[in-house]
Design a protein around this ligand. Structure first.
Ligand SMILES: NC(=O)c1ccc[n+]([C@@H]2O[C@H](COP(=O)([O-])OP(=O)(O)OC[C@H]3O[C@@H](n4cnc5c(N)ncnc54)[C@H](OP(=O)(O)O)[C@@H]3O)[C@@H](O)[C@H]2O)c1
Length: 282
C-alpha cells in the first residue's frame, strides 16, 4: 500500500483564497484586518517564518506591520511595544515570533498580549478556553492539523485512537486537546515514554511533533493509519525533513503529510484565519 498524500500546500492555498474573499467583504464594511508582527533578534528560521506570514497576509488583503528589534532588547521595552499594540484599534492580531532571547521571559510576554488579539492562541485565557471547550483562539499549527484531518473526511473522531508525539505548549498539548474535542481517544507520548511504538502501533491517527528526524518509522505505524508530520528539521544532507521516516512510513500508512508542503503552509493559513476572526470579532 502507498499512502495518499495530504497536500498542505494546496489545502492552505484553498483556505487562503476563501479568507481573501471574506477579507474583501469585511473591508467593504470599513474594517481592514490588521496583524502586527514582532521579531526580536536575527534567528534565520524566524526571519523566514515572519517573511512568509507577512507575504501571505498581503496576498489575502490583510494589513500587516513589522517591528524588528535587536537581540539585546530588554523585556520592559517589548512589553511597552505590546501594550501600544493592544491599544491600537487598527491592530486585530499580535504575533510575537518565538523563540525570544534568554533575557526576555516568554510567559510574561505572552500574558501581556490582549487575549482578543492573541491570534497564536498561546495566552492562558485562550489555553483555558481550549481546555474548557469554550470559544477562543486555537494555536495555528494544531488547528491546521485538524483541518488536514477534516480534508480527508475525518471530522468526528469518535471511536478513533489518536497518538500525539510531543507535549509542547505550542503543538503537542493543544493538538491533544483538539483531538479530544473531536471525540478521539487520545494518548500523548513524550521523551519520558519508554515505548512509544507500543502506543503508535495501535493508533488510527499519529501526529508527530518532536523535532527529530526519523522519530516515527514504518514498524511503529498501523497499516492504513493517518500520519501527520509537524516536524521541521534538516537531515544530514542539509535537506528539509520532518519527524517521520517518510519513504518507509508511506508504504504502511493510509494518509501522510509531506515535509515541506504539509503542516507548515496550514499553520500560515490558520494564522490568517485567526486574524480575520479577530478583526470580525467572531
Ligand atoms: N510545521 C509547523 O508549522 C511547525 C510549527 C511549530 C513547530 N514545528 C516543528 O515541530 C517540531 C516540534 O516542535 P515543538 O515546538 O513542539 O518542539 P519542543 O518544544 O522541542 O517539544 C518537543 C517535544 O517532543 C518530545 N519528545 C522528544 N523526544 C521524543 C521521543 N523520542 N518520543 C516522543 N516525544 C519526544 C519532548 O518531550 P519532553 O516534553 O519530555 O521533553 C517534547 O514534548 C519541531 O521540529 C518544530 O520545528 C513545526
Amino acid at each position: 500500500m502507498t499512502a495518499q498524500l495530504i497536500d498542505g500546500k494546496a489545502l492552505g492555498l484553498r483556505i487562503r483564497a476563501q479568507i481573501k474573499v471574506r477579507t474583501e467583504a469585511l473591508k467593504r464594511t470599513g474594517i481592514t484586518p490588521g496583524l502586527a508582527v514582532v521579531l526580536v533578534g536575527g534567528d534565520p528560521a524566524s526571519q523566514i517564518y515572519v517573511r512568509n506570514k507577512m507575504k501571505a497576509c498581503a496576498e489575502a488583503g490583510i494589513h500587516s506591520t513589522f517591528a524588528h528589534y535587536e537581540s539585546t532588547l530588554g523585556e520592559a521595552e517589548l512589553l511597552d511595544h505590546i501594550r501600544a499594540l493592544n491599544e491600537n484599534p487598527a491592530v486585530h492580531g499580535i504575533l510575537v515570533q518565538l523563540p525570544l532571547p534568554p533575557q526576555i521571559h516568554v510567559g510574561r510576554v505572552i500574558e501581556s498580549i490582549a487575549p482578543a488579539k492573541d491570534v497564536d492562541g498561546f495566552h492562558p485565557v485562550n489555553v483555558g478556553a481550549l481546555v474548557a471547550g469554550a470559544p477562543g483562539f486555537r494555536p495555528c499549527t494544531p488547528l491546521g492539523c485538524m483541518k488536514m484531518l477534516e480534508s480527508i473526511g475525518l471530522t468526528d473522531l469518535a471511536g478513533r485512537k489518536a497518538v500525539v508525539m510531543g507535549r509542547s505548549n505550542i503543538v503537542g498539548k493543544p493538538m491533544a486537546l483538539l483531538l479530544l474535542a473531536a471525540n478521539a481517544t487520545v494518548t500523548v507520548c513524550h521523551s519520558k515514554t519508554p515505548d512509544a511504538a507500543h502506543f503508535t502501533r495501535e493508533a488510527d491517527i499519529v501526529v508527530c511533533a518532536v523535532g527529530r528526524p526519523g522519530t516515527l518509522t514504518a514498524d511503529m505505524v498501523k497499516p492504513g493509519a493517518v500520519v501527520i508530520d509537524v516536524g521541521i528539521n534538516r537531515n544530514a544532507a542539509g535537506k528539509l525533513c520532518g519527524d517521520v521516516d517518510f519513504e518507509s512510513v508511506r508504504q504502511v500508512a493510509g494518509h501522510i503529510t509531506p515535509v515541506p508542503g504539509g503542516v507548515g503552509p496550514m499553520t500560515i493559513a490558520m494564522l490568517l484565519s485567526n486574524t480575520l476572526d479577530a478583526a470580525a470579532h467572531l
